[in-house]
Ligand binder design. Sequence first.
Ligand code: PLP
Length: 360
Amino acid sequence: MSNPFTPEQLIRKEIFSLSAYHVPPAIGMIKLDAMENPYLLPMFLRKEIALLAENAPINRYPDASAMALKKTLRDHLRISDEMDILLGNGSDEIIQMIAMAIAKPNAVLMSVEPAFVMFRMIATFANTQYVGVTLNKDFTIDLDAMLFAIAKHNPAVIFLAYPNNPTGNLFDEEAILRIIAATSGLVVIDEAYHVFANASMIDRLGSFPNVLLMRTLSKVGLAGLRLGLLVGRTQWLRHFEKIRLPYNISTMTQLITEKVLQHTDILSQQADAIKLERVKVNASLSAMNGIEVFPSRANFILFRVKNAGQVFQSLKQRCILIKNLDGTHPLLENCLRITIGMPEENTQFCSALHDIISQT
Ligand SMILES: *Cc1c(COP(=O)(O)O)cnc(C)c1O
């Protein structure tokens, strides 16, 4: 054999120089870092799920088109007949399908910064140029900068999370409409947190040919199942559908999601409990000296301390895992993000943080 290539020679340099998405170990920790719903489903429903598992034909491939699940989702979300649904193994996979579909040699994928990190990462995976337009200091959209960037880069697609992660705020709807009007490309509204926001742009979909709307079940209590969906016109979705790997939604995900969606009252109650806790955590944080708290419409709260690294480590020593965003973007200097957990977890977090802050 001739001289074999090294990985560095063979792998695209953007990929070679990437660091893998880091998921910190969380065994034995109070886990408040990943926007998960802390509540389990009630026992009666878990037993029904166990029965589904017992009878599931897992020797067969899943239904490739996930027909039954799509119908349930359509009814559940009251999606009009002119709109189609595309399912992904989490909405991450949908972002990937869109990026792969638009990845012409000079195509640009645009978002704001700071935003959901997967927009940038997936653009890189798909060999697409990423442009992130910096938000204002208060995390609102810098509309002038955005319109300028749109004119300059002519993006194929713009991703906007509504509410935004990791900042938690809901962008001004007027600003989003101006962006939609200014671009010739697609605009994907990512509503991963809509149940906590009491706001959605889903009713706007019909008015714009180039707007798509993304949802996920991850943040409402089904993160382990991996199901995301894209709603939009067939003229777009039928092309993304070709990129979707045929069996991306597993049999268990299809069966369990359908079952759980018959009990949306349970998910709503859990979301309500999380929203109530969000008010309490916000009040506790706001009452502490030396902390700046940012208003949140999601199931997490962003806040700024004097020394984020030190506070993060001290919390970790007390077995409380949150997210340290310091160093990820200049606007997030000394910022930490806590996902709202169960009442006792939130109380423990607040009292630990209070101790740590008053000692430093
Ligand atoms: C968590 C998150 C997602 C990804 O969710 P999946 O688990 O892949 O469905 C997408 N967008 C935003 C803004 C998120 O915060």
